[in-house]
Write a protein that binds this ligand. Structure first.
Ligand code: C2E
Ligand code: MG
Ligand code: MG
Length: 697
């Protein structure tokens, strides 16, 4: 609706006609008073207003309309006399949108009206989008600013002021003045960026700002220099955003990516980067470093017996102690930035310590010894007192390896050697270890082929009832005839087979071979005795154990009572719950079960009591020093008493002398195995024993 104000009836008539013909609705007013009254009651999209009216004139009407809220932005077109430039100026200054000169050209008038309406729409749209933008900026905490380069003055939006913690009219309107609150070293960077922006170079950077009330925020700023037509930078337009939270989240993510979440130590990734960096630096400066590779002894056992929660607590305590022992060893990491990253947890129970700028290799030994001592102190977690020890391998750069991989591998080798030497100790890497590792690798490779090449055989050692001299059973012992090395001891190759996984098929081979042998002897009419096979913990845990045993018995037609199984204490104690099930299943097939090397492990009596076992084998190490050694004697007596209480049979291993035999007989341990009676013999030799009359009495 258009409001048409003119005191000339003729003009009103003609104008209204032209506008209505073009599709507009029109309301007319003959004077200013009537115009304002209509203006307040109706909603108009445009006003055509004659300057000269009776009563209040057009200028005054325009001014009053503009003061009303709904009159602020609608187009007001003034109608003036052609030569009256003075009124044109006045009209504009009072807020008129446009003017049309009289006498009116009706066609042109309609165009002017259309154009004014379109422009008004555009402005309205613009206002809407500006409002939206402002809302969006508020939500995004995005503050805009303008830096007028010539005036060295900065104009900042409300949000921008908020971001800096400023109030409108605060002192920091001089762009470079703001710098005083930027924290160094960001301050210098920002200053340089601002200086370059004045030369026309855009920038985007984040920096930390200390607000007046004390908080520190991280702001991200993008700035774009704007040039005039002569190419001079006249102003710089920019936006500033609060990225404190985002920054914190990123920092946290970075921390998580580079740290072990359990202990907060550097993780493997970070450690590798550190190592690369440190070695490169040491290379440049010609200094030495030491890599300590640390493995906790028997953490797995603790985890198994007390649960992972306690295991986790222990790992955390170990981390704390490690750091403490590194700190107190004042020779570490003179470079402060490296201090925190010196200790890392590679995973599981493996840790590394990196010592830089080492003056002497012995310093590494000092640190290692300190760590051993520190860790060796009893540790109290969740009402349990435990001792956790570590085995440490040390490799020196560049002596023991010039690159990270080699150094790590060698430190690991040295750690392995420390473990072998009896744990809770440290070892420096030596060439001999390298030699040994090479040796071991070739052993591994040979072992992988040995089974299919038929290099294994079983020897049989009788277990004798010392009273009667009768062979009551035998133990099958694995032998490896290596084409070049000759006989390799199971003590050497069983651990390797366990680590490579070969032990599973190998164990199955042992069971099957022993069963076949017994079946053969039976067919030959020999008085066969049951044969005990040794199963390692790996066999014991293997899924195929039961089926392979059942298959061996079935395929040979051997009654299950002929097959005995020997398991070490540690094999069954590793996972007592699972062991209980497997033992039960073996028992159900009809096998007899013995605990091998008894006395060397950590059996818990209560657990032992629940296992369906038949026999304990007293370890050779207790028999060896009988009967002279008092403590061996009392251990043997204790084991016998225990077996008696639990209703178990006992076999003494490694009986070599008559004195040992007599001692054992006097303590009513009748079953024995050892060189005194017979060494382990090849199948033929043992068959000879079976066929012979008892001669060991
Ligand atoms: P083990 O099961 O305790 O076997 C007894 C070991 O003591 C055998 O050593 C045997 O030859 C030795 N021995 C027997 N009587 C005497 C003696 O009077 N004096 C001395 N000094 N030693 C005696 P071997 O055959 O070298 O086997 C060593 C270990 O290797 C075995 O200890 C067993 O743990 C393991 N082993 C042997 N065969 C197998 C097998 O088929 N499977 C698995 N998993 N382990 C096996
Ligand atoms: Mg054995
Ligand atoms: Mg044994």
């Amino acid at each position: 609706m258009i409001l048409l104000v003119d005191d000339d009836v003729m003009v009103r008539l003609m104008a209204a006609e032209a506008l209505i013909a073009s599709g507009f609705e029109v309301m007319e007013a003959a004077d200013g008073e009537q115009a304002l009254e209509l203006f307040d009651r109706h909603e108009f999209s445009l006003v055509l207003l004659d300057v000269s009216l009776g009563g209040i004139d057009g200028f005054e009407v325009c001014r009053q309309m503009r003061e009303r809220p709904h009159g602020r932005s609608l187009p007001i077109i003034m109608l003036t006399a052609m030569d009256d430039t003075h009124s044109i100026d006045s009209a504009y200054s009072l807020g008129a949108t446009d003017f049309v000169t009289k006498p009116l050209n009706w066609t042109l008038l309609v165009y002017r009206v259309r154009y004014a309406l379109r422009a008004a729409h555009t402005v309205a749209d613009l206002e809407t989008s500006e409002r939206r933008l402002a809302v969006a900026q508020r939500v995004a905490r995005l503050g805009g600013w303008l830096w007028h380069v010539d005036e060295d003055r900065c104009e900042r939006s409300k949000i921008c002021l908020d971001l800096w913690g400023d109030t409108p009219g605060s002192l920091h309107e001089v762009p470079f003045g703001l710098l005083s609150r930027v924290l160094s070293p960001d301050r210098q960077h920002l200053r340089e960026a601002m200086e370059r922006a004045r030369e026309g170079e855009p920038y985007q950077m984040s920096f930390r700002v200390q607000r007046d009330e004390g908080t520190v925020v991280t702001l991200y700023e993008q700035a774009l220099p704007v040039r005039d037509e002569f190419g001079r930078v006249v102003r710089i337009e920019g936006v500033t955003q609060d990225v404190t939270e985002r920054e914190q989240a990123q920092r946290r993510i970075r921390f998580l990516a580079y740290h072990d979440s359990l202990t907060g130590l550097a993780n493997r990734q970070m450690f590798r980067e550190m190592l690369d960096h440190t070695l490169a630096r040491s290379q440049r400066t010609g200094s030495r470093c030491a890599l300590l590779y640390l493995d906790l002894d028997r953490l797995k056992r603790i985890n198994d017996s007390y649960g992972h929660t306690l295991g986790d607590q222990i790992l955390r305590e170990v981390a704390t102690r490690l750091i403490a022992s590194i700190r107190s060893a004042d020779l570490v990491a003179h470079d402060d930035s490296l201090h925190e990253e010196v200790v890392a947890r590679l995973g599981g129970d493996e840790f590394t310590v990196l010592l830089t700028d080492l003056s002497r290799a012995e310093d590494a030994a000092r640190v290692a010894a300190r760590i051993c001592a520190e860790l060796g102190r009893p540790l109290q977690v969740a009402h349990v007192e435990l001792v956790v020890t570590a085995s440490i391998g040390i490799a020196i750069f560049p002596d023991n390896g010039a690159d990270p991989e080699t150094l790590l591998r060698h430190a690991d080798m040295a750690m392995y050697a420390a473990k072998q030497r009896g744990r809770n100790t440290y070892e420096f890497f030596t060439e001999a270890m390298q030699q040994q590792a090479v040796e071991r690798l070739s052993l591994e490779q040979d072992l992988a082929r040995a089974l299919e090449s038929g290099q294994f055989s079983l020897h049989y050692q009788p277990q004798v009832d010392a009273g009667s001299g009768r062979i009551v059973s035998a133990e099958a012992l694995l032998r490896w005839e290596h084409p070049q090395r000759g006989m390799v001891s199971p003590v050497q190759f069983i651990p390797v087979a366990e680590e490579t996984g070969l032990i599973v098929p190998l164990g199955e081979w042992v069971v099957l071979t022993a069963c076949r042998q017994m079946a053969e002897w039976r067919q030959a009419g020999l008085p066969v005795v049951p044969v005990a096979v040794n199963l390692s913990a790996h066999n014991f845990r293997s899924d195929s154990l039961l089926t392979s045993i059942a298959h061996a018995l079935e395929s040979t037609g051997l009654p299950s009572s002929y097959l005995h199984v020997e398991l070490t204490e540690s094999a069954v104690m590793q996972e007592p719950e699972a062991a209980m099930k497997t033992l039960g299943a073996l028992k159900a097939i009809g096998l007899k079960l013995s605990i091998d090397d008894f006395g060397t492990g950590y059996s818990s009596l209560s657990t032992l009591k629940q296992f369906p076992i038949d026999l304990l084998k007293i370890d050779r190490s207790f028999v060896r020093d009988l009967p002279e050694d008092g403590s061996s004697a009392s251990i043997v007596e204790a084991i016998l008493a225990l077996a008696n209480a639990l209703g178990l049979g006992v076999v003494a291993e490694g009986v070599e002398t008559a004195a040992q035999r007599d001692f054992l007989c006097s303590r009513r341990c009748g079953l024995m195995q050892g060189y005194l009676f017979s060494k382990p013999l090849p199948a033929d030799g043992f068959a000879g024993l079976l066929g012979a009359v008892p001669r060991y009495a």
